[in-house]
Design a protein around this ligand. Structure first.
Ligand SMILES: Cc1cc2nc3c(=O)[nH]c(=O)nc-3n(C[C@H](O)[C@H](O)[C@H](O)COP(=O)(O)O)c2cc1C
Length: 212
């Protein structure tokens, strides 16, 4: 898909939403409800046992208990080169970087649901997770298919307005891709590693995974 087609696809998504095509995508996702799904969990924290990683683990435990299969990709512990906009992939082809993104490329195609778990970094996703999302560019032509998504965010502050940018980004990403939100765990007020343990959020993440 070249840039012109990319823009056309974006426009088409908007227009089709108005014509009710989005409902068709959602119906396809809903048809899968109650069935075992394949889930890809993308985490973004460099803290291996940090707050967002704890939410991801709890979510995965619940999802596995419910019979879903799960693949986990801890972006900060992997080698994922940022997209350099060389456009060699044509937005739907091989990337010039032969790195750990190959795992995401493989798994996202199989996934019925993609879960994002990230610390809030300056009101957005961590750069490690954002690098993975930017590499979606090379698979852009094949991921505009009905999938579900989950967002898990931890942050230190306590003001709900600080959540707006990351929520808007998530919502816009799903709108663009035609994915359906299946739940969010937004955990404010957690700063050091382990702070999440004394909150109800890990249990909420577990419940979300268990009842997708
Ligand atoms: C680079 C950096 C940027 C951060 N930016 C924010 C921020 O904008 N707002 C906030 O409330 N907390 C911010 N924090 C705090 C983290 O979001 C918070 O500690 C979070 O719980 C860490 O999750 P983790 O343990 O999964 O890494 C930041 C931390 C770092 C290291």
């Amino acid at each position: 898909m070249n840039r012109r087609q990319f823009m056309a696809a974006s426009l088409a998504t908007t227009v089709l939403a108005g014509l009710g095509e989005t409902a068709t995508l959602c119906e396809t996702a809903q048809a899968r409800e109650g069935k075992a799904m394949h889930i890809l969990v993308l985490t973004g924290s460099p803290r291996k046992h940090g707050n967002s990683a704890t939410l991801a683990s709890a979510f995965i435990r619940g999802a596995k208990e419910a019979g879903h299969t799960v693949a986990r990709f801890d972006a900060a512990l992997k080698n994922v080169h940022p997209c350099t906009a060389c456009n060699s992939c044509g937005m739907d082809g091989p990337c010039v970087f032969q790195d750990d993104f190959a795992f995401v490329r493989e798994e996202i195609g199989k996934a019925d649901l993609v879960a994002f778990a990230t610390p809030m970094y300056y009101f957005g996703f961590s750069s490690q997770l954002k690098a993975v999302i930017d590499r979606f560019y090379a698979i852009n032509g094949s991921i505009h298919v009905a999938k579900k998504a989950v967002l898990m965010v931890t942050y230190a502050d306590n003001a709900a307005k600080k959540e707006r940018p990351i929520l808007t980004h998530y919502e816009m990403l799903l709108d663009y891709l035609g994915w359906q939100d299946a739940g969010r765990i937004i955990a404010p007020g957690v700063w050091p590693t382990g702070a999440i343990q004394s909150t109800a959020y890990p249990q909420k993440a577990y419940e979300l995974g268990k009842h997708l």
